[in-house]
Structures are given as C-alpha cells and as structure tokens.
Ligand binder design. Structure first.
Ligand SMILES: CC(C)(COP(=O)(O)OP(=O)(O)OC[C@H]1O[C@@H](n2cnc3c(N)ncnc32)[C@H](O)[C@@H]1OP(=O)(O)O)[C@@H](O)C(=O)NCCC(=O)NCCS
Length: 211
C-alpha cells in the first residue's frame, strides 16, 4: 500500500487528480503542493504550500506523489525534484479506466476515467492518458506524453517524448509522432509527424509558423 499521496499542482489537472484519487477505494490524499499556492484548500483538500512543504511531508511518512501539471517540461522538472527528495511516483489508474493486463505503464503515469489502454501497449513515465482516450494494442508512448480527452491512437502508433495529442484527435494505425509535436483538437493524423511539428485539421497539416 502506497499510503497517502501528495498532489503537486493546484490547477485544473490537479482537480482531475483529486477526483481520480477519491475514486480509488481507501486511497488517502496527503494534500496539495504548488509553486504558487492558490489558497488554503482546493475541492476540500488542504493546500500545504510550495516546495518547502515537501520535506515535512516526507518526514511525516508520506512517500508517494503525483505531478498534476499539464506542461511536459514542468512535469519532468517537478518529477525530478520529487524523486530527489525520495518520493515515489506511482502509476494511478482511475477505477473506471480499462487497462489490458499485457499493457505496461511506467512510473508517474496517470489514466483518467473511461480511458482504454489495449494489449501490449507501452506507456512511458509521466504520461497523462486523459478522460476517454483510447490507446490501442502495441502503441508505444515515450515520456511525458499527453493524450487528450477522447483522442484515439490505434494499433502500433508511436508517440515520442513530450508530444501532446489534442482532444478528439485520431491517427492512422502505425504512424509515428515525433518528440514535442502538438496535434490539434480534432485532427486526423494520416502520416508520420516530425519532432516539434504543430499539426491540425482533417487531414492534419502543419500550422503556419508564428510571426
Ligand atoms: C493546435 C493548437 C495547439 C494551436 O494553438 P495556437 O498556437 O494557440 O493557435 P491559434 O489558436 O492561434 O490558431 C492558429 C490557427 O490555427 C487554427 N487552428 C487552431 N487549432 C486548430 C485545430 N484544432 N484544428 C484546425 N485549425 C486549428 C486557427 O483557426 C488559426 O487559424 P488562422 O490563422 O487561419 O486564424 C491548439 O488549437 C490545440 O488544438 N491544442 C490542443 C489542446 C488539447 O487538446 N490539449 C489536451 C487536452 S487537455
């Protein structure tokens, strides 16, 4: 048993993680930590302060943490600070998600309600598999990937580190999405996407560069 979990992040994703933890029978929440604490409590969970609160939590026997921050770079940086202080980053799966027995999920990954992860899928560290997302058989996600609500990654799709798949986006099976790529809401990805590309539309095309 991992004991109470401290949530790092007091934004919208933090609220989703509160609900995830509350849905797990017997799971306690130690409190919330945030770099900019918004107030004394969020959804009835005490906000304990900024990073300075972490050593006290460890001293009181809290060993598990979850990084509830949507930005991939921030999520990785916070995870590094937490593990350096001795926190474990458990995989958290909402009881209303479906994860195949043969799927593998690495530390710090969270799976929200109604998400489905299929046979032999491999999900890296610190991923967010958001509400209702479908990750099919043999798909492979790198580290800190965010699969948005209702997005569909069919069999064999590969998504590299820190990519974001927008809400409701879908891909052709076996496409490869490069590191740091952003796929827009509702896009249909029909070919491989280079690292860092920003794609949107049906079929997905590169968004015009800013400026
Ligand atoms: C693609 C995306 C990253 C672009 O964001 P942005 O850089 O702020 O772009 P803008 O809103 O300034 O739009 C730029 C152009 O792209 C178009 N565009 C933006 N998102 C689009 C989408 N999903 N599909 C089609 N066109 C889109 C805009 O209409 C605009 O077109 P214009 O220049 O002809 O007016 C963003 O719209 C998006 O879809 N993000 C995904 C968010 C998500 O689902 N996250 C996970 C869920 S929690």
């Amino acid at each position: 048993m991992m004991g109470p979990v401290v949530i790092y992040g007091a934004g919208g994703h933090g609220r989703a993680i509160i609900e995830l933890l509350r849905a797990i029978p017997g799971q306690a929440i130690a409190g919330i930590v945030d770099a900019a604490p918004p107030g004394p409590a969020m959804l009835g969970v005490p906000v304990l302060g900024d990073d300075a609160a972490l050593s006290g939590l460890r001293a009181s026997g809290v060993v598990a943490a979850v990084v509830a921050v949507g930005d991939a770079a921030a999520r990785r940086a916070i995870a590094a600070r937490l593990t350096a202080q001795g926190f474990a980053l458990p995989v958290l799966v909402h009881p209303a998600a479906l994860v195949a027995q043969s799927a593998a999920l690495a530390e710090g990954t969270v799976v929200l309600p109604r998400a489905v992860i299929g046979a032999a899928a491999r999900i890296g560290r610190l991923c967010i598999v958001n509400t209702g997302a479908i990750i099919e058989h043999d798909a492979v996600l790198g580290e800190a990937v965010h699969v948005g609500p209702g997005a569909v990654l069919p069999g064999g799709v590969t998504v590299s580190d820190a990519a974001v798949i927008g809400a409701g986006a879908a891909c052709r099976p076996y496409v490869r999405i490069g590191a740091g790529a952003v796929i827009g809401v509702g896009a249909a990805v029909i070919a491989d996407v280079p690292a860092g590309a920003r794609m949107a539309g049906v079929p997905a095309r590169p968004l015009a560069a800013e400026g």
